[in-house]
Design a protein around this ligand. Structure first.
Ligand SMILES: Cc1cc2nc3c(=O)[nH]c(=O)nc-3n(C[C@H](O)[C@H](O)[C@H](O)COP(=O)(O)OP(=O)(O)OC[C@H]3O[C@@H](n4cnc5c(N)ncnc54)[C@H](O)[C@@H]3O)c2cc1C
Length: 334
């Protein structure tokens, strides 16, 4: 059985790993325009899902989230945690707009701790905050995780080919099964107008003394990663494809983060980065589609994870692979 996975970001690679786990004998090839410069590389990789994240139903979304957490937590507990870039992290979220701003229905009940901040904990940060919460979660650093995943796939016989796919029909009969994990690339590839880029900008600073993550309002976040590098964010520009660095945003991000944690004023900037979150109006798309005009060619789509693709990729990968297996069973191609 031949399967083509298109996309070399977190969604494509976790999908290929899951395919290999479930269908040992499948002949899998991953095609990607780029494996080293993806939106996944820009993400801090924290497991914290916002209320806008949604699959086809509440139940399925919950399952994706639970499966994803379990997937990363298993890696975190394993001997591979360090090379795979998965670790645990804890931190705070503060807000003034209302008590719901520090609540999170996807996270509460999933992570080991999610509770209201104590009075003393409000003094840990700068600013004058009315509401606060403390939580523990996981962090997956893609600069480590993606090369680790690629190495595992190569060892398992999966081919990785750098190639842009201009049309899903270009495989013809060659690959009767395609899994489409192209992130924002699906807007063009599938002409999916529900897929809208939400541009984000971050600053990477050297701040090894910061050990917790911190969130404030207006999309303010401080997330410590490996090697003492902290990600400061952020911004959300709807339907913007500008890939340059905006100096106004840099100043605003710095100012908001330094208000929250004044010690950051001493942190040296090491890099700036931008990325386009693949936000899909309605829901993340994980569903099969039969290509018209090409007998037997079936595509399973797996894209549109918005700002939560790193944390939820393993869950949608599992779901996409189950759909793939069902399709093969029903078309007797297994
Ligand atoms: C600033 C910022 C911070 C973020 N922080 C977090 C976070 O902390 N936690 C979190 O979970 N998420 C976060 N995200 C969101 C996360 O980065 C995305 O949801 C995730 O990376 C999407 O993964 P993907 O694999 O779908 O897309 P990508 O990583 O973009 O990968 C898409 C792949 O498809 C390939 N491709 C596209 N089109 C084609 C084509 N036509 N032919 C061949 N190949 C193609 C690309 O080359 C690439 O390899 C953040 C995003 C941004 C911008």
């Amino acid at each position: 059985m031949r399967i083509a996975v298109i996309g070399g970001g977190i969604v494509g690679l976790t999908t290929a790993l899951e395919l290999k786990r479930e269908l040992r004998n499948a002949n899998i090839t991953i095609f990607a325009s780029d494996f080293d410069d993806t939106v996944s590389h820009v993400a801090a990789g924290i497991f914290r899902i916002g209320s806008s994240y949604f699959g086809p139903s509440e139940e399925i979304t919950r399952k994706w989230i639970n499966d994803s957490y379990e997937y990363y937590n298993d890696i975190r507990k394993s001997a591979e945690a360090g090379v795979a870039g998965v670790t645990n992290i804890s931190g705070y979220i503060f807000a003034n707009s209302g008590p719901n701003a520090v609540k999170n229905k996807w996270m509460e009940g999933l992570v080991p701790i999610y509770r209201a901040a104590t009075d003393d904990e409000f003094n840990i940060v700068g600013g004058d905050w009315k509401y606060g919460a403390f939580f523990t979660t996981l962090l997956t650093q893609c600069s480590l995780h993606l090369p680790w995943a690629r190495q595992k796939l190569r060892e398992d016989g999966v081919s990785l080919i750098t190639r842009k796919i201009d049309s899903l029909s270009e495989f013809g009969e060659e690959n009767p099964l395609i899994i489409n994990c192209t992130g924002i690339g699906a807007r063009e590839l599938c002409d999916d107008r529900r897929l809208v880029p939400i541009r984000g900008q971050v600053i990477k600073v050297k701040a090894p003394w910061i050990k917790n993550c911190f969130y404030g309002e207006l999309d303010t976040y401080i997330i410590p990663g490996h090697y003492g590098i902290c990600t400061l964010g952020g911004s959300r520009s709807f339907d913007s494809v500008f890939s340059g660095i905006c100096q106004h945003e840099n100043r605003a991000i710095r100012e908001r983060c330094e208000t929250l944690l004044p010690s950051l004023s001493k942190a040296k900037t090491v890099a700036y980065a931008t990325g386009l979150r693949p936000h899909r109006e309605g829901n993340v798309r994980v569903e099969p589609e039969k290509l018209t005009g090409y007998s037997g060619t079936i595509v399973v789509h797996n894209y549109g994870h918005g700002g939560y693709g790193v944390c939820t990729a393993p869950g949608t990968a599992k779901y996409a692979v189950q759909l793939t297996k069902e399709i093969h069973r029903s078309t007797s191609k297994l």
